[in-house]
Write a protein that binds this ligand. Structure first.
Ligand SMILES: Cc1cc2nc3c(=O)[nH]c(=O)nc-3n(C[C@H](O)[C@H](O)[C@H](O)COP(=O)(O)OP(=O)(O)OC[C@H]3O[C@@H](n4cnc5c(N)ncnc54)[C@H](O)[C@@H]3O)c2cc1C
Length: 373
C-alpha cells in the first residue's frame, strides 16, 4: 500500500478554522508549503514541500491546471519550494500523510539573574549551539530561544505601579460595597515592528568554530547602532532544530534551496525596533543592525544560504542566498507561466519585473521595469 494522502483546499481549511476557532498560524497551501515548510516533524519526514504530490492552480490567464510529476512538471517543481505568490493561485494541494507516533519532550530554561549572568547566558547558549550537531544526529528536533527579557521586566513594573497606586487600595472594598475586577492584557504589538534574519548552519561550523560562537551571539544580539543609540527594543534568537534527518535527503522535483540538504540548524533572529522609530531610525535599523547580523551569520557558515520564508528581506544577495543555483530555473518557469508579470511579491522569483518607488519612505508604489530578462 502506498503512502496515505490528504487533500487540502482553501475552502475546507476555512470551514475547519471557523468550526474549531484555530489559533492564527500559516496558510495550509500558501507560502509555507510552496516555499519549503519546516517544523519539528521535518527531521523525521522531510520539508513540507517534499510532501506535495499535486497542486491545482489558476494561472495568470485564468486557466485552471493540474501540476504534478506528469503534467506541468516544471510548474510542479517551482511550487515545491520556489515560493508562493508568483506562479499562480494554488486552489488545492494533495500531500502525503503519515501515521501519528509518540514523542518525548524536553524544556530547558536558563535565565540570567544579573549583568554577569547575561554574559554567562551567551556562553551557555554558545555551548548549546555547539552541541546541536550531536543532538540532531541522535534525532532531536525542536527550537531553542534566546530572548531579550526587558519587555517582561517592563510589564511587571507597569503592573506593580498600577496595583500599588490604584488596585490594592480598591481591592479591600471588593465584595462589600464594590465589585471589582482587575485584569492585565498584553498585546504583541500595536503593529508588527519587527524584522527577521536567518541563516542555515551546517554540521561542522558549530563544532570546529566553537570558540567563535560567543562572538557570533554577541553580534546577533547587537541592539545599538553605530552612534551607540539603542535601536532594538526586543529580540528573540531561535535555534531551530528542524533539519538533518529526512531533510538531508535530496528529493527529485523540488526547488527548495539546495543548502537545506546540508543544514543541521536554522538560526533565526527577530528584532523589534522601538515603536516611536521614524523612517530614518528604521532605515538605520535595517542597514546598520540587521545587515551586521546577517553578515556575522554568513561569515560563520559561508556557502550555506537560508530559507526565504524567514529571511532578511533586504539581503542584497537574496536570489542566491534563498534559492542557490535554482533561481535561474525558477525565473524561466515564472516567465513561461506568467509572461506578463501579473503576479508580484517582494523578493519572490521574478521580483525585479516591478520596482517599488519609496521616495525615502519605507514602502512605496510599484512601477513596472524592464529589468526582468
Ligand atoms: C506565526 C508564524 C509562524 C511561522 N512558523 C513557521 C514554521 O514553523 N515553519 C516554516 O517553515 N515557516 C514558518 N513561518 C513562515 C511562513 O512559512 C511564511 O510566513 C509563509 O510565507 C506563510 O505563508 P502563508 O500563505 O500563510 O502567508 P501569506 O502571507 O498569506 O502568503 C505568503 C506568500 O504566499 C502567497 N500565497 C498565499 N496563498 C497562496 C496560494 N493559495 N497560492 C499562491 N500563492 C499563495 C502570498 O501571495 C504571499 O506571496 C511562520 C510564519 C508565521 C507568521
Amino acid at each position: 500500500m502506498g503512502s496515505p494522502i490528504s487533500t487540502i483546499s482553501h475552502q475546507k481549511n476555512e470551514r475547519r478554522s471557523q468550526k474549531l476557532n484555530l489559533v492564527k498560524t500559516v496558510g495550509a497551501i500558501g507560502g509555507y508549503l510552496q516555499g519549503g515548510g519546516h517544523g519539528p516533524a521535518s527531521h523525521e519526514f522531510g520539508l513540507g514541500a517534499d510532501q506535495v504530490l499535486e497542486y491545482q492552480i489558476v494561472l495568470a490567464l485564468g486557466e485552471h491546471v493540474t501540476a504534478n510529476a506528469c503534467q506541468h512538471k516544471d510548474l510542479f517543481i517551482a511550487l515545491r519550494g520556489g515560493g508562493g505568490g508568483t506562479y499562480g493561485i494554488v486552489t488545492s494541494a494533495t500531500v502525503k500523510a503519515f501515521p501519528e507516533r509518540p514523542a518525548l519532550g524536553h524544556v530547558l530554561d536558563i535565565d540570567a539573574l544579573n549583568a554577569r549572568g547575561t554574559a554567562q547566558l551567551l556562553n551557555a547558549t554558545a555551548n548549546v549551539m555547539a552541541s546541536v550537531p550531536a543532538l540532531v544526529d541522535e534525532g532531536f528536533s525542536g527550537t531553542a530561544v534566546l530572548l531579550k527579557k526587558e519587555w517582561e521586566n517592563a510589564v511587571n513594573k507597569a503592573k506593580d505601579t498600577m496595583n500599588h497606586h490604584v488596585v490594592n487600595d480598591l481591592i479591600r472594598y471588593n465584595g462589600s460595597s464594590l465589585f471589582i475586577i482587575s485584569k492585565f492584557q498584553v498585546w504583541d504589538s500595536f503593529f508588527a515592528w519587527s524584522m527577521m534574519t536567518s541563516w542555515f548552519i551546517d554540521k561542522h561550523s558549530p563544532v570546529s568554530k566553537k570558540d567563535k560562537l560567543p562572538n557570533l551571539l554577541k553580534n546577533i544580539t547587537l541592539d545599538h547602532d553605530t552612534h551607540g543609540e539603542q535601536i532594538v527594543s526586543q529580540y528573540a534568537l531561535l535555534l531551530n532544530l528542524v533539519a538533518r534527518g529526512k531533510v538531508l535527503e535530496p528529493q527529485p522535483m523540488t526547488a527548495v534551496n539546495p543548502s537545506w540538504r546540508k543544514t543541521y540548524l536554522v538560526a533565526q533572529q527577530t528584532d523589534m525596533w522601538p515603536d516611536n522609530a521614524g523612517y530614518e531610525e528604521i532605515h538605520r535599523f535595517q542597514n546598520e543592525v540587521m545587515a551586521k547580523k546577517l553578515k556575522a551569520l554568513k561569515e560563520f557558515a559561508p556557502d550555506m544560504g537560508t530559507y526565504g520564508n524567514e529571511a532578511d528581506p533586504y539581503d542584497p544577495d537574496w536570489k542566491e542566498d534563498w534559492w542557490g543555483d535554482k533561481y535561474h530555473y525558477l525565473q524561466s518557469v515564472k516567465k513561461k507561466y506568467d509572461p506578463e508579470d501579473v503576479f508580484w511579491c517582494w523578493r519572490c522569483v521574478g521580483n525585479d519585473a516591478w520596482a517599488e518607488i519609496t521616495g525615502g519612505a519605507v514602502y512605496g508604489r510599484l512601477c513596472q521595469t524592464k529589468l526582468s530578462d
